[in-house]
Design a protein around this ligand. Structure first.
Ligand SMILES: [Cu+2]
Length: 295
């Protein structure tokens, strides 16, 4: 996150503009590879472009040895936050659920239609991964790590240069309601990149990068966040790894009454992030031989 020292003195509006362009920069934060189209299921990936650093005490980037993710697809709608966005991407009115906008989402139910799935094989960043399952056995994200057990693999080397690691996942076909005025749904996903093993991992800002728009009770160190200062989402766009689902405006046009429509965002709630983002201490899978990865 070294590059943000230079920009953090700029006006807030300029910082928001820089963040918006981060997806095209060689020094971008962890993000999402592709914008996806309405009604098309497919494969996407997190783009991990640099290792852990500290927003306050700047130094070299650390190699990444593990990563964890949380998607906003809880069955309980209270476990996600949904916003209508203004034309400049600022969070506006909050929306209780996506039932007015996404086909198949029932009133009072969360965004279970997202269809998150894991990918093994070519392109997998680390040799080991496990899904995080909630009480409904839905896949809410995953933990993936370089070893030492059950498989030992290389870390994502970031100390010399910024290499982009791709960590793939699967997603389902999402369809907008014909009566909705949403022209896209921005799926914000919480990500943590880990650069050291052991308990101290969570205490030091150069050992962990947490990619989401604000701190939570568990992830409360601003030095690990996308930048050293908190965002005010009512005046600027917070940084999140974001998978944009674009409405098919030819097959499913907005009505004239929509006045051009709006974008929606959905992100996991703090309690959901704090439940599923930490990598629990222990061996994976349970009973695997070798040293614990996060003792
Ligand atoms: Cu960065």
């Amino acid at each position: 996150m070294k590059h943000f020292k230079a920009v953090k003195k700029m006006a807030l509006y300029s910082v928001a503009a820089v963040m918006g362009m981060a997806g095209t920069s060689a020094f971008a934060h962890t993000g999402i590879r592709d914008v996806v189209q309405e009604n098309v299921a497919g494969y996407n990936a997190f783009t991990i472009t640099h290792g852990c650093n500290d927003n306050v005490e700047l130094g070299s980037h650390q190699d990444i040895i593990a990563m964890s993710t949380v998607f906003p697809n809880a069955a309980d709608p209270a476990m996600a936050k949904i916003y209508k966005l203004t034309s400049t991407g600022i969070q506006g009115e909050s929306v209780p659920d996506l039932s007015d906008d996404i086909v198949g989402v029932l009133p009072g139910v969360g965004f279970t239609k997202l269809g998150v799935g894991l990918v093994s094989g070519g392109g997998t960043l680390f040799a080991n991964f496990l899904p995080t399952l909630d009480s409904t056995t839905a896949i809410r994200g995953y933990h993936t790590w370089a070893g030492p057990a059950p498989y030992s693999s290389a870390p994502l080397a970031e100390q010399v240069t910024s290499a982009t690691g791709l960590s793939p996942f699967r997603y389902g076909a999402i369809q907008f309601q014909t009566t909705s005025c949403a022209k896209s749904l921005k799926v914000r996903i919480a990500v943590a990149n880990w650069c050291r093993r052991g308990n101290r991992t969570k205490d030091l800002g150069d050992r962990l990068d947490v990619w989401m728009g604000h701190t939570t009770p568990v992830f409360h160190d601003q030095r690990t966040m996308p930048r050293a200062a908190p965002y005010d989402a009512s005046v600027e766009v917070p940084y999140w790894p974001t998978m944009t689902i674009a409405r098919d405006l030819v097959a499913n046009p907005l009505t004239a009454a929509c006045n051009g429509g709006y974008d929606l965002s959905i992100e996991p709630a703090d309690a959901d992030i704090d439940t599923f983002l930490p990598i629990p201490g222990g061996q994976y899978p349970a009973g695997a031989p070798g040293a614990k990865f996060f003792p």
